[in-house]
Design a protein around this ligand. Structure first.
Ligand code: UD1
Ligand code: UDP
Length: 366
């Protein structure tokens, strides 16, 4: 079978890595990079470290308004689908690249398959929430990472061709944790020790674009009792500068450029806790037994909060400070996101979905 995978932003490279590895053992993959992320440290470093093959197409769309960016991707992906004629268009997560792939694929022949289906924040102000809902409803095959995500799809009337496979990011991190522990020198490079620093990432549109929220987050993480390492997303760097907070951030935190996946996994594994607004980092913290403080008002990864390994604090600096300072003693974790074999299951389900039905086969054979 021929699968056209669409990626474009940092977390999608991590997700596609696990599935690509499985897919390419027996099948043909056409990898499309929309170019949504293009800086070396947000894109190339993931391909190099994870050994992901060079994209067959890079649309080079770059940064723009949501409408223009998504439209440019849509036009490019449609043309590739028409040229390549894949059996499946495979999509990940909830970015504009995901939505463009869904719209392009759903109006032509291939099956549209969505990895990380059924996640909802129920916050329609998040661009990602619109992307998730529309992608799920345009997809033919849905791969929720948990039973609760499948139940959400059912509530929205999507019950056919839904396969709970677990989280592909778990597959990726099982590989990365070991390799990072052996190869990464990031702790020495930064002069931080295991269990003696806080890791932080911030990039959500509403946290960075609103100066009050961004300042409050800075107040909160700066008040942590341990040094704070902040690999800064370019969007956040731009906004810190625009809002006059950049020099303060650099003097109160260990601000560094975004790091590659292996260094990030090493940092996350070694951190005493993490303060983040990232979707992926919340789950990765959970997998690595690192307590997570989520600087958002809601999360799609509800199991991490229900099990107390993650706590929602919004942009409230007092709540951030408190959650970074309070001792937490946690019970055993549940395993709601599978066993690290999501990628294998996804490939099997796609293979089965493309098999002609028994009836059709016997007509053909006759
Ligand atoms: C995007 C996704 C978000 C995901 C995040 C992962 C959407 C709507 N948002 O957010 O869901 O969590 O990626 O990191 O799809 N920029 C650079 N260099 C780059 C890329 C971006 O400097 O290589 C800067 C540009 O100023 C750009 C801004 O970051 O305007 C935002 O980039 P964009 O891709 O639009 O959104 P993200 O915030 O990265
Ligand atoms: N990540 C990374 N380097 C960094 C920050 C994050 O490799 O400096 C990885 C992280 O391990 C996770 C992914 O990027 O796999 C998360 O991406 P991000 O937070 O940008 O997006 P989200 O998950 O919120 O969509």
């Amino acid at each position: 079978m021929k699968v056209c995978s669409v990626v474009g932003a940092r977390p999608q490279f991590v997700k596609a890595f696990a599935v690509s590895r499985e897919l390419r053992t027996d099948h043909e993959e056409i990898l499309v990079h929309t170019g949504q992320h293009y800086d070396e440290e947000l894109s190339d470093v993931f391909f190099d470290e994870l050994g992901i093959p060079e994209p067959d197409y890079n649309l080079g769309v770059g940064s723009d308004t949501h409408g223009r960016q998504t439209a440019a991707m849509l036009e490019g992906i449609e043309e590739i689908i028409e040229t390549e004629g894949p059996d499946v268009v495979l999509l990940y997560g909830d970015t504009n690249s995901t939505l463009a792939g869904a719209i392009a694929g759903a109006k032509i022949d291939p099956l549209v398959a969505h990895v990380e289906a059924g996640l909802r924040s129920y916050n329609r102000d998040m661009p990602e929430e619109i992307n998730r809902v529309l992608t799920d409803h345009a997809s033919d095959l849905l791969f929720p990472p948990s039973e609760s995500a499948a139940a959400t799809l059912a509530e929205e009337g999507i019950t056919e061709r839904v396969h709970v496979v677990g989280d592909v990011m778990y597959d990726s991190i099982l590989w990365a944790r070991e390799v990072a522990a052996e190869e990464s020198e990031v702790l020495d490079d930064l002069g931080v020790s295991e269990g003696e620093f806080v890791l932080s990432t911030v990039h959500r549109a509403n946290n960075t674009d609103e100066p009050d929220r961004l300042e409050s987050i800075l107040d909160g993480i700066s008040a942590a009792p341990l040094p704070v390492v902040l690999p800064v997303h370019p969007r956040t760097e731009n906004k810190l500068q625009e809002h006059g907070l950049w020099e303060r951030a650099r003097s109160e935190l260990e601000v560094i450029d975004p790091v590659g996946y292996l260094d990030f996994v090493r940092l996350l594994d070694a951190a005493e806790r993490v303060a983040t607004d990232s979707g992926g980092v919340q789950k990765e913290a959970f997998y690595l037994d690192t307590i997570c403080v989520t600087m958002r008002d809601e999360t799609e990864w509800i199991e991490t909060v229900e099990s107390d390994w993650n706590v929602l604090v919004g942009a409230d600096h007092e709540a951030i400070e408190k959650e970074l300072s309070t001792n937490r003693y946690l019970e055993e974790k549940p395993s709601p996101y599978g066993d690290g074999s999501a990628a294998e299951e996804i490939v099997t389900v796609i293979e089965e979905a493309l098999q002609p039905t028994t009836e059709a086969r016997s007509v053909e054979d006759a």
